[in-house]
Design a protein around this ligand. Sequence first.
Ligand SMILES: [Cu+2]
Length: 362
Amino acid sequence: MNIKFLLAGVCACALLTPTTVKAEEGIAIAGNHNHGEVSRADEHAPIGVMGDHMHAKGEWMVSYRYMRMHMEDNRDGTDDLSDAEILATPNRFGTPTNLSVIPEEMTTDMHMIGAMYAPTDWVTLMAMGSYIDRDMNHSTYNMAGVKIGEFKTKASGWGDTKVGGLFHLYSDKTHHLHLNAGLSLPTGSTKERDDVLTPMGMTATLRLPYAMQLGSGTYDLLPGITYTGHKDDWSWGTQYSATLHMGENSQDYTLGDKHQISAWGAYSWLPSLSTSVRITGETEDKIDGIDSQIAAPVQTADPDNYGGERISASIGVNYIVPAGIMEGHRFAVEATLPVYQDLNGPQLKRDNAIVFGWQKSF
Ligand SMILES: [Cu+2]
C-alpha cells in the first residue's frame, strides 16, 4: 500500500462525509477530551506520536496502528558504502577474514493494538501490544569475492508489551503539559532463527542477528514529557521520550538506549480534518554485550554496528468522522522520510516509513 493511496483515501472520506461541525462553535481544548463537546481532528498529535493526549475521567480509547518501515543501502557514519567496501571490512568473528554477506534491504511491518483509560482527570493509563513481521534481503559472496546468491530471512511474532501512564502537569486554554511514564515488558522473542546462505554455498539455520529479533529481552523504562498547544485553527507540540534498557537479557546483551525529541505543527482545515508536519531527532547507543549464538560474516552480527543519530521529517493527516454511524472514529496517516543519518556502521539506512491509525473513544 503506498502513501498516495492512503492520503487519497483519507481526503476522499473527508469530502464525502457531511460536515455538521462548525468551526465557530469554538471548542476549547485543554489537552483532555471533554464529554459533551465536539471532538476535533487536531486534538490528537500526528499518529506517529505515542502518548500525546490525555483523556477525561472515565473515558476509554482503543486504537490500532499499522506501521511499515523500509531500510535500504548501507552507510558508515554519514558515508554511503558500496558492496565492495563492505566486502573489504574485517569480520570480527575471524573466518572468513572479511564480511561476505551483505544486507540489501529490510522491511518491518508492525501491528499495534492499544488501550487508554482515565481513572481520574489527572492520570491516563495506557497499554499497547504489538505484532511484528520482519524480513531482510541479503547477497552472499564467496571467499574470492564472487556473488553466489541471495536469500531472505524472516521473523514474525508478538513484540514487547508496553504499559504506563500519562500524568497531568499543567493546562490552560492554550497550553497542556504532561509526563509520560511507561514500562516495556519483554514479551518479544530474542531467539528467532531462519535459513541463511553461507559463503561456502551451503544453507544453515542460524539465530538471526539483533536487528531481526522481535523484543529487547529486558524490562525497559519509557520516560518522557509532552507539551501541546492549540490556538484557533493551529495546534503544535513537542515530546521528549526515551527507551532505557535495564540490566542484561538472557542472551547476555542489552540493546542501546534511545532518546528521541519530536516537534510538530498542524493546521485544521475543518474541525474534522487537520494536516501536520513533524521533525524528529533521535540518538541510539550501540548494543552492549554479545549473544554467543549470533556469529556470522555479516555486519548485523556485530553489536557495535547498531545505533547512531538520525533526523527525520514527516507529514500527516488526522481525520475524525463528524457524523453518521462512524461518528467519532478517528483515522490518521503519517509518512516519514529520513533527513540525516549518522550511523554506527556499516548499517542499513532508513528509508521511508508510514503509519496508519484508527482510534475510538468511549
Ligand atoms: Cu487516547
